[in-house]
Ligand binder design. Structure first.
Ligand code: NAD
Length: 393
């Protein structure tokens, strides 16, 4: 069938298999250009199909030739409905791993469930024996916990309501958005979904099953961002969850003497998860402009390759700041970058977005996430939407 983008506000409801393949191909090529390093051997990637998790898995394959077991929550094509991008990305990734003769298996289902955790532990035992690295890169709107309680996350401020400039994605205008503060229940819900509880549960199950190697590591991804976005991000509901995640790293390391848990604070980037946060897309489009002009802009793959090849597997272990965070947002948070972002933020209005924002760059990343907007692909061609994933066939 011929597949075109169908955009609804901050989500695209279609995905292009060849385009997602192109996106994976480009990421593989970038990672391969950075050479093969010593480090991971057998890796579990929870949230492996898009954004930072996919980029991590690609770096594991190309930079370490590591075997990867991935967990994701994606949908195959059905009738006239295309699969989700993560489905097509994973199909392309597994093909690339097979061509290299490197193990890659993917389990599709709810990572929050105990059942999935047990299936993963059994699969590791059977196929790999143990894993030496567990990457936790979930971004989800809700979680059903082990007691069957459903928790929902939300993207709101806490304390007082907050009014700020925002990029209206429907027509690229600058508008003012007011975000009402979350209730205590909404804050708790977001912590339950995006905080560290599930990460700790994963390590408990894997450690209990004896499938973590001696001196295994685990890393979860976080974001802090500048003061400008604190009211909606770091001091908002999602920030409360991230602070819980940070605390969990210490708790995991303490509870499991053979395991070291790390937090990598990554750069703000357009992904399916971040496009949904109010105010943040405007910050990103200004940030993209400033960082591109300085020649220091990075996407998910540049971030993850730099994380694993330069900061994580260094001679003395991960390079961290005084809070034990690995700072992949080092370039984003540079004084000169944030100074310019602040000035642009004050000046930006609908009439001058070209001057201050990289709106094209924002939309380019957005379309690419769904496999659209690649020049080498003829989007009028018929394609087979029913692509299968090797390890699930
Ligand atoms: P994403 O939406 O691109 O990826 C989310 C992944 O989680 C996908 O693989 C998806 O299939 C999987 N997933 C979601 N629900 C699941 C479930 N119930 N069971 C199994 N798999 C499930 O998101 P992302 O932006 O790459 O975010 C990953 C992590 O990185 C998050 O913790 C996020 O907060 C963090 N982070 C993101 C940014 C950013 O700007 N995008 C910056 C710093 C840190």
């Amino acid at each position: 069938m011929v597949i075109k983008p169908k955009i609804r506000e901050f989500i695209c409801t279609t995905a292009h298999p060849t385009g997602c393949g192109e996106s994976v191909k480009r990421q593989l090529a970038y990672a391969a250009s950075k050479g093969v390093h010593k480090g991971a051997e057998n890796v579990l990637v929870i949230g492996c199909s898009t954004g930072y998790g996919l980029a991590s898995r690609i770096s594991m394959l190309e930079n370490f030739h590591a075997a990867t077991l991935g967990v994701m929550f994606e949908r195959p094509a059905a009738g006239r409905r295309t699969a989700t991008p993560g489905w097509y990305n994973t199909a392309a990734f597994e093909k690339a791993a097979a061509e290299k003769g490197v193990y890659a298996k993917t389990l599709n289902g709810d990572a929050f469930s105990l059942e999935m955790k047990k299936t993963v532990a059994e699969t590791i035992k059977k196929d790999l024996g143990t894993v030496d690295l567990v990457i936790y890169s979930l971004a989800a709107p809700r979680r059903t916990d082990v007691n069957g309680t459903v928790w929902t996350s939300c993207l709101k401020t806490t304390g007082e309501s907050y009014t700020e400039k925002s990029l209206e994605l429907r027509d690229n205008t600058i508008v003012e958005k007011t975000i009402e503060p979350a209730s205590e229940e909404e804050i708790q819900g977001t912590i339950k979904v995006m905080g560290g509880e599930d990460w700790a549960d994963w390590i408990d199950v894997l450690s209990g099953a004896g499938v973590l190697s001696e001196n295994a590591s685990t890393v979860a991804y976080s974001y802090i961002g500048p003061e400008l976005t604190y009211p909606i991000y770091y001091h908002g509901t999602i920030g409360a969850a991230k602070q819980h995640l940070h605390k969990t790293a210490g708790e995991i390391t303490e509870k499991h003497p053979g395991v070291r848990a790390w937090i990598s604070v990554n750069k703000g980037l357009v992904t399916q998860a971040s496009a949904a946060i109010p105010v943040v897309p405007l910050y990103f489009s200004i940030l993209y402009k400033v960082m591109k002009e300085k020649g220091i802009h990075e996407g998910c793959i540049q971030q993850m390759v730099r994380l694993f090849t330069e900061k994580f597997y260094g001679a003395d272990g991960p390079v961290t700041d005084e809070n034990h965070f690995i700072r992949m947002d080092d370039l984003e948070m540079r004084g000169d970058v944030q100074e310019e972002v602040k000035k642009a933020w004050q000046a930006v209005a609908t009439e001058n977005t070209q001057e201050y924002c990289d709106i094209e760059g924002y939309w380019e990343d957005f379309y690419h996430m769904f496999g659209f907007g690649y020049e080498e692909i003829d989007y009028d061609q018929d394609v087979d939407a029913q692509e299968g994933i090797l390890s699930m066939e």
